[in-house]
Design a protein around this ligand. Structure first.
Ligand SMILES: Nc1ncnc2c1ncn2[C@@H]1O[C@H](COP(=O)(O)OP(=O)(O)O)[C@@H](O)[C@H]1O
Ligand SMILES: [Mg+2]
Length: 350
């Protein structure tokens, strides 16, 4: 249940809190009664603007997920937004390198090994408004993370105090990666203009949708339905996700309702990296069409980032690219991309 609490300013009266339709005047001059004070504290907490969570994935490694998300984080921070970058690449956490930092002393390892509160592990990056939660020092095998640990981690990520929480993920389709990806209010998928990266993205997104559908059907009391149907797919002549959803549709109106709702609500943002020419830019359009045509998924083509050979030099020398090359074409494309993402817009073919 969502509680919406409005705080109204009534200029000629004293300060008033409007709560569930009641207005409670708070006298400035004489202070508040204890009840008013605790109500005010409770409401101030509730009124706190909800952070937006953006996650980045794409299936394939080496396509620029970490470069893109750290750069988007810098752009948002430059727009006076308070940003926390969270490195959840369990295989090779390296976001600090993209920001030109040495690895901080406190990392996610302290959360898992010492039960340190997550918020206490967030460190300043030296870039105004941008802080970082560094990933695991000794990369933890994803399978060793327990369900309760993951639930605690996700709960504390959601509670971090920021305007934007940006989560970087590793390659692959491990269910921990997919669960973390699904935390996103905005889920971004990175591609580069190469066939293999597109195939990896389709595979990744398909897995994300499966997981989301399984979660929704589990909530509806139908836990094993997708998995068992997919296991028997040869028997049912199911070869792709459309045929699977058609099959599930035929099972019962309530299953059909869940499937329809999940498909309708499933959107993600396509980010094209390492663009070298105009022809490359169009790859994003094709990828978006394929998502719609073959999977029925709505993707937004949010923008592209130019290839710049200087990027790898910066990373090797621990120099933050955007700070050192703010006027490059790549930096400009990252700024445009960030604004497009904030505004939920997309590129359209002209
Ligand atoms: N736009 C770009 N232009 C040039 N090189 C890039 C660009 N984006 C990423 N790279 C290079 O690709 C490498 C891999 O990027 P990274 O962000 O680590 O990928 P991922 O997180 O997907 O594994 C980086 O070290 C960098 O050298
Ligand atoms: Mg990475």
């Amino acid at each position: 249940m969502e509680i919406v609490i409005e705080v109204k300013w009534l200029p000629c009266l004293s300060r008033c809190l409007s709560f569930g339709g009641f207005c409670i005047p708070l006298r400035k001059s004489t202070g508040h009664t204890p009840v008013q004070t605790s109500l005010f504290q409770f409401m101030a907490k509730e009124v706190k603007k909800k952070s937006q969570i953006w996650t980045i994935g794409g299936g394939k490694g080496g396509i620029g997920k970490s470069f893109m998300i750290s750069s988007i984080a810098c752009c948002l921070a430059g727009k006076q937004q308070r940003v926390v970058l969270v490195d959840l690449d369990l295989g090779g956490a390296n976001l600090h390198t993209f920001l030109g930092m040495q690895r901080p002393k406190v990392t996610l390892t302290d959360f898992f090994d010492k039960k340190a509160p997550l918020a206490s592990l967030v460190v300043e990056t030296g870039i105004p408004n941008l802080s970082l939660l560094t990933g695991m020092v000794n990369s933890l095998a994803p399978d060793s993370i327990r369900h309760t640990q993951k639930a605690r981690l996700f709960k504390q990520i959601r509670a971090l105090d920021a305007d934007y929480i940006l989560i970087d993920l590793g390659a692959g389709t491990h269910f921990h990666t997919i669960d973390a990806y699904l935390l996103g209010d905005k889920m971004m998928a990175v591609i580069v203009p190469e066939m293999i990266s597109l195939e990896n993205m389709y595979y990744f997104i398909k897995n994300v949708f499966f997981r989301k559908l399984i979660n929704a059907l589990t909530e509806a009391g139908l836990k094993d339905l997708v998995a068992s149907t997919w296991k028997d797919r040869d028997k049912y002549h199911i070869e792709n996700i459309n045929q699977l959803t058609d099959h599930l549709h035929g099972i019962s109106p309530s299953v059909a309702g869940v499937v329809d709702r999940e498909i309708a609500g499933f959107t993600f943002d396509l980010l094209l990296n390492m663009v070298r020419n105009d022809q490359d830019i169009m790859v994003g359009m094709s990828a978006k069409s394929v998502c719609m045509k073959y999977f029925g998924f709505k993707a937004r083509y949010s923008g592209y980032v130019e290839y710049d050979e200087v990027v790898s030099r910066c990373i090797n020398r621990r120099l933050p690219y955007l700070q050192t090359h703010p006027t490059s074409k790549t930096a400009k494309s990252l700024e445009t991309l960030t604004t497009t993402l904030q505004e939920n817009k997309q590129l359209i073919a002209t």
